[in-house]
Design a protein around this ligand. Structure first.
Ligand SMILES: Cc1ncc(COP(=O)(O)O)c(C=O)c1O
Length: 364
């Protein structure tokens, strides 16, 4: 039985017809950049997450960079963050001119609030949280630390669109939050895309200019900035897929529950408390003898992946920044044990049963 890790082709097939219709409409209107389609999607997404504003940009990394800059973060500032993430949550900090300060993770694989508190210095300006694989970080605790220390809070929701803590959506806690629409995300565009969420009107007004060269009007520029806009065609595609997102997240949650039920005596999982509704952008387990297990599954036709094999603080790009890490033992230890299994609309329950059966066989 072949169980691919991801199958974008099958995911996008169902949208072929509506996408072609959108394409025709956009060509007819010739309204490719900024305008009604983008505004409509921005409003719908804000309504879904529960923020006042959103600003569509070129990708999730730009969403983080511009979001950080909108809060005034730049050279001389320190941003506390997790090394257990895709590298863009850290590169975005450095690309503003600020520095990342890494703290260790907890048993949910997300940044540990207790470690955050210890890491605060007089240079700290913000905390940047990542909800890894769509598992919400401990936001109530982290927000209260940010408020008590007058720090800005940024949420990287690249992997967690639609994740909830009780009834509140992640992305609605931060001063600004960033979402990626990379095709591998749970709400994926047909190419790159991203969006910034905020309740802060000043940030919103600044961001609308910042994504568009710093233009304050057609011919005037208020500050030098980049060109990073979410195309109307992508906004229209995303708007169609947004309607199906809650249903597809429910499917991922029930697949994750099946994995957990079948594997509970065989492997470990990140600890997820009952008040959380993760999005399982990928499904993570923690295992011993990982390389052997990967090869065993591969031979049986099951694809697995590691998110991520090198923690960010061990990347070459970080080598000049050795003062920025405290004790990252848990990150290093868990990085050697994490493994992501296939999940999503292309995976059937019988395939999950097969994967679990083979994992149990491997450890028996
Ligand atoms: C946690 C995290 N942050 C940021 C990004 C960057 O998003 P993008 O690829 O859209 O720039 C990604 C995407 O892979 C991500 O997984």
């Amino acid at each position: 039985m072949k169980v691919p890790f991801i199958n974008l082709n099958s995911r996008y097939q169902q949208y072929r017809k509506p996408f072609h219709q959108v394409l025709d409409e956009i060509i007819d209107s010739s309204q490719f950049i900024l305008g009604q389609s983008l505004s409509r999607f921005e409003n719908n997404l804000s309504k879904y997450i529960g923020t006042k504003y959103s600003v569509g940009v070129g990708n999730g990394t730009d969403a983080l960079i511009l979001g950080l800059k909108s809060l005034g973060i730049g050279p001389g500032d320190e941003v506390i963050t997790t090394p257990m993430s895709y590298l863009a949550s850290t590169s975005s900090i450095y690309l503003t001119g600020a520095e990342a300060k890494f703290v260790d993770i907890g048993d949910d694989l997300n940044i540990d609030p207790i470690k955050v508190e210890y890491a605060i210095s007089n240079k700290t300006k913000a905390i940047l949280v990542v909800h890894l694989a769509g598992i919400p970080a401990k936001m109530e605790r982290i927000k209260s630390i940010a408020d008590a220390n007058d720090l800005k809070l940024i949420e990287d929701c690249a992997q967690s669109i639609g994740a909830q803590i009780d009834d509140k959506f992640v992305g609605s806690y931060g001063d600004v939050s960033a979402i990626s629409f990379h095709p591998t995300k749970n709400l994926g565009a047909l190419g790159d895309g991203g969006i910034i969420l905020t309740n802060n009107e000043d940030c919103y007004e600044w961001l609308k200019k910042a994504r568009n060269h710093g233009h304050s009007s057609r011919d005037q520029c208020e500050f030098w900035s980049m060109n990073s806009r979410l195309d109307n065609i992508q906004a229209e595609f995303l708007d169609i897929m947004l309607k199906d997102l809650p249903k597809s997240l429910d499917q991922r949650r029930s697949q994750a529950n099946l994995y957990k039920k079948l594997l509970k005596n065989t492997v470990n999982f990140p600890i997820i408390s009952n008040d959380l509704k993760p999005t399982y952008n990928f499904f993570m387990i923690l295992v011993d003898r990982r390389d052997d297990l990967i090869n065993w599954l591969q031979k049986l036709g099951v694809e697995s992946k590691i998110h991520y094999p090198i923690p960010i603080h061990e990347m070459n790009a970080c080598s000049y920044n050795i003062n920025s890490r405290i004790d990252l033992c848990r990150t290093v230890e868990d990085t050697s044990r994490i493994l992501s299994l296939p999940i999503g609309p292309h995976v059937s329950d019988s395939q999950i049963n097969f994967v679990c059966e083979k994992i149990m066989e491997f450890y028996s």
